[in-house]
Design a protein. Structure first.
Length: 114
């Protein structure tokens, strides 16, 4: 199973980025975006349940949107009105089992300046 993120970069505060995660080797399952800022623990950003239910951490509600394109085996994270505290490495995760996601991507860096 492979998860490959892309779309990270450097952006000024208030700007937008769209992260993509293309996966292969598994059928579609619950997927999520996590992030880890330097010196901090990894935290959940958004989850997309198989039912279509979306779950967001409070700090990104109203600014981030998780979405999928099953025809392209892709998961997305649209991030608007970015803030400096959103700076982190963002990871795509898939297929939870016993409370842990089985598969992880390599991460993509997001840096918000200003």
């Amino acid at each position: 199973v492979h998860l490959v993120e892309s779309g990270g970069g450097s952006v000024q505060a208030g700007g937008s980025l769209k992260l993509s995660c293309v996966f292969s080797g598994t059928s579609f399952c619950e997927m999520a975006w996590y992030r880890q800022a330097r010196g901090q623990e990894r935290e959940m950003v958004a989850i997309l349940k198989l039912s279509g239910t979306e779950i967001y951490t409070d700090s990104v509600k109203g600014r981030f949107t998780i979405d999928q394109d099953r025809s392209r085996d892709a998961l997305y994270l649209q991030m608007n009105n970015l803030k400096s505290e959103d700076t982190a490495v963002y990871y795509c995760a898939a297929c939870p089992n016993s409370g842990q996601y089985l598969y992880w991507g390599q991460g993509t860096q997001v840096a918000v300046t200003g």
